[in-house]
Design a protein around this ligand. Structure first.
Ligand SMILES: [Zn+2]
Length: 462
């Protein structure tokens, strides 16, 4: 899309009419209040946004911790070309519905026809099956431009949050006469309340002249919002420009929300840096090729499977715990996608849907699918769930204090759970990341999720 571009005179008239329409209060009704709250932010109710062939709608959600949102549906409604330029008070028909909108807070609406009006209805459903809907403002498709530009990441619409490392700015461009020059201006603004980015008050900073339609941006500052204005010129002197969505740079991971976004480090080789949480997940077919039986270890439950890469340090840890008078055993290790589905459903049935979500990861989101994660207990066979805090036992305390020396980390430690880890404190759940990474995480004082957000390569919007 290209909200700022080489506008022809008729579009200025059209904008005037649309502004009048907005001021006259002709617009869709506000969000209905229910268990959860959803508010469309882009396009906001009452507004009309002129767009190219695609647009990423954005919204905010809030829900009770007892009834988190677990599903999202986007429905697009379309009306044919408005003779008078108004999108309000037309007859709309359902264009399409997409239930794969399980990426929190934004969804791309693509293949918009020129001079047709659109609005979308986003429906969120909480864990108890209660749904709440909200309707957006209008999108009005503009005729195809030549040249044309639209930013794809950070996409217009919702705020994109990224860790303070490099960020790849990307855009689409077309020019039948050929692109001769590109110019990118960076704008910045301080982060607003609740990790928001402001609508106004941006100041221009660095400029870039990239040779291709992408740009690796470095030197991004913590707690700062950025956006990018991309301008292109063609050989005949025509130009187009487009503005990105806001990019919030924060070393604090995003809020814990349920979604189904493939994690960026999701290959079998990425096991030490794969970030998994209620939003980011593994592919259902992710299954390590080097799983081995724990029968090859001495002194532990032989019925589990782990990746070969953890074997030596797992044996070393088991031996050290025994030598310290705090022997441990395994209760669970590798769990397949299908196995995790059964675990999740078991807890959801026993504890109710909301309790199940806090107690077990949904399939694809469990660290047990990595094959590098174990649940432990004392060798006496008493389940850690018999204790309010398993670290009151000798085995539990030894693991808390020493597992990191052998490359193992408690994924959901007491101090940062569930606020930063998204799961309740689990003193028995350990993930192997290798001795070097474990020592670095231990020294940082961060939970693994915080550390991986900061040091991994999560690509928002990927
Ligand atoms: Zn576990």
């Amino acid at each position: 899309m290209s909200r700022a571009g080489a506008w022809r005179p008729w579009s200025a008239v059209l904008v005037g009419l649309l502004l009048l329409a907005a001021q006259a209060g002709i617009g869709p009704p506000a969000a209905q209040a229910a268990g959860s709250l959803i508010v469309l932010t882009d396009p906001a109710p009452g507004s009309t946004v002129l767009v190219g062939a695609g647009f990423r709608i954005g919204w905010t959600e809030s829900a009770s911790p007892r009834a988190p949102i677990v599903a999202r549906t986007v429905a697009a409604y379309v009306a044919p070309k408005p003779a008078d330029g108004y999108c309000a008070n037309r007859t709309y028909a359902l264009g399409w519905t997409d239930t794969r909108a399980n990426r929190p807070f934004s969804f791309p609406v693509v293949r918009l026809a020129p001079l047709a009006c659109y609005y979308v209805v986003v429906t969120v459903t909480d864990v108890n099956g209660t749904s709440t809907s909200a309707r957006s403002g209008y999108l009005l498709g503009l005729p195809a431009r030549d040249p044309a530009a639209s930013v794809t990441s950070p996409a217009p619409g919702a705020v994109t949050t990224a860790p303070p490392s490099t960020f790849e700015l990307t855009w689409r461009e077309s020019a039948s006469a050929g692109v001769t020059r590109r110019f990118v201006t960076e704008q910045s603004a301080p982060m607003g309340p609740d990790r928001s980015c402001p609508a106004t008050g941006w100041s221009s900073g660095r400029t870039f002249q990239p040779a291709a339609p992408s740009l690796e941006v470095e030197g991004l500052a913590e707690g700062t919002c950025y956006r990018y204005v991309v301008a292109i010129w063609d050989t005949s002197g025509g130009s187009a420009s487009a503005t990105s969505g806001p990019l919030l740079v924060s070393s604090i991971p995003p809020q814990c929300v349920y979604g189904d976004v493939p994690t960026s480090d999701g290959t079998l080789d990425d096991w030490a840096r794969t970030l998994l949480d209620p939003t980011y997940r593994l592919a259902p077919r992710y299954s390590p090729l080097d799983l081995v039986s724990t029968r090859t270890l001495t002194g532990v439950n032989p019925s589990q499977r782990v990746r070969r890469v953890v074997l030596a340090d797992l044996q070393a840890m088991v031996d050290a715990a025994r030598a310290a008078g705090a022997p441990i055993d395994l209760t669970s290790a590798f769990r397949s996608y299908v196995g995790q589905q059964a675990t999740y459903e078991y807890y959801a049935k026993a504890l109710g849907p909301a309790g199940g979500l806090l107690r077990a990861a949904r399939p694809g989101h469990s660290e047990h699918q990595l094959g590098t994660t174990i649940d432990v207990m004392g060798y006496d066979g008493v389940s850690p769930s018999n204790f309010t805090d398993w670290t009151v036992t000798k085995a539990g305390a030894w693991m808390r204090d020493n597992a990191w020396r052998f490359g193992w980390l408690m994924s959901y430690p007491k101090a940062s759970s569930p606020a930063m880890t998204c799961y309740q404190y689990e003193p028995w759940h350990y993930r192997y990341v290798g001795r070097a990474v474990a020592a670095a995480v231990h020294a940082s004082g961060l939970s693994l999720r915080e550390y991986l957000w900061r040091h991994g390569s999560i690509t928002p919007g990927a």
